[in-house]
Design a protein around this ligand. Structure first.
Ligand SMILES: [Zn+2]
Ligand SMILES: [Zn+2]
Length: 328
């Protein structure tokens, strides 16, 4: 359409189209990942005439950003845009194509059936509800814990709903039978392969990926936070004091009632902006760096270390994680 063409940068060309295609196929991209892709595009564009080959290392951050920005303009006609955030643990900036209008889980619908999507929803619920309490913000879970969520919820679970809704809920849930153990395992693996979940190297726990956090940000806040909460009240989805992105792996204020969170990768620069003073930006308590969000909320506890020693290094830790979370 002429309208769309008008909104694109004047120099938008086959190279931009090839880059956009690569970005869409992958869903996410880092600068490093873009280098061989852009080098091939530049070689095809300029090399045909001059015979010159562009090496990946010659592709600059500025090249990448200009292609990302052109791609983002091209996508806006389809209610898509390119958003970026730093990966919470590696610090690498990740760019993702994000749907700006649809329900967040719609993206999954193209690759998964209703049973699988319902299971994924239960897994994400568990990350943000069951395994995310004021006492312990673990926000991830292991294979065994995920496997326990494979059954469809029984209609009795929906009893708190008003009678008017009960029929529809019962009908919908009758249609769901849940997944077999092997199916649940396969879905967890495919969520990692598709870039929605990440598995920690340390404990092998599943959490949301940088892509999922970018794509689901608004949905997560809407689904798990209370819009009527008082200022400073504990909320399930919390943001970094430094970069304002969601924290599912990072550090928390030593005061359990304080909502301040920081990514490990944001700490150094943050303290520098505050004259090197390592204290909570909200309540001024000393920031001791020993209170965690993410799997370290469990793995850095004395109870976990004791339990690991008891069960041996390779021992399954799932029950241990549950035990520690349920301790009062
Ligand atoms: Zn941060
Ligand atoms: Zn604080």
């Amino acid at each position: 359409m002429d309208d769309d063409r008008d909104s694109l940068p004047a120099h938008y060309n086959d190279g931009n189209r090839a880059f956009l295609q690569a970005l869409l196929a992958r869903g996410t991209m880092t600068f490093k990942e873009s280098q061989p892709i852009l080098a091939a595009i530049f070689t095809a564009q300029d090399g045909a005439a001059s015979g010159r080959r562009t090496e990946p290392s010659e592709v600059t951050q500025a090249d990448f950003e200009s292609y990302v920005s052109a791609a983002s303009s091209a996508l806006s006609a389809f209610d898509l845009e390119v958003r970026s955030a730093r990966h919470q643990t590696t610090g690498t900036r990740v760019y993702a194509v994000v749907n700006t209008t649809s329900d967040a889980l719609t993206q999954l619908a193209t690759l998964h059936n209703a049973e699988e999507i319902a299971f994924v929803k239960r897994v994400i619920d568990a990350m943000f509800e069951k395994y995310n309490t004021p006492r312990m913000e673990v926000m991830c879970l292991d294979e065994m814990q995920a496997n326990k969520l494979r059954g469809a919820p029984r209609p009795s679970d929906a009893q708190h709903l008003p009678p008017a809704d009960e029929d529809t809920v019962m009908q919908e849930e009758h249609a769901l039978r849940g997944l077999k153990s092997s199916e649940a395992e396969a879905v967890m693996r495919s969520m990692v392969a598709e870039g929605w979940f990440e598995r920690s190297r340390e404990g092998g726990l599943y959490g949301l990926s940088a892509r999922a956090l970018l794509e689901l940000r608004a949905w997560l806040v809407h689904s798990y936070n209370d819009p009527d909460a008082e200022d400073g009240e504990w909320q399930r989805v919390k943001f970094c004091e430094a970069c304002r992105e969601i924290v599912t792996v990072g550090q928390r204020c030593a005061d359990r009632d304080c909502g301040a969170r920081l990514h490990d990768i944001c700490l150094d620069a943050f303290w520098r902006t505050r004259g090197g003073k390592r204290e909570c930006p909200r309540c001024a308590r000393a920031w001791d760096g020993r209170h965690f969000v993410g799997e370290r909320a469990v793995t850095e506890t004395e109870a976990y270390r004791r339990g690991r020693r008891r069960s041996g290094k390779g021992g399954r830790s799932s029950n241990l994680v549950e035990e520690i979370m349920n301790e009062k």
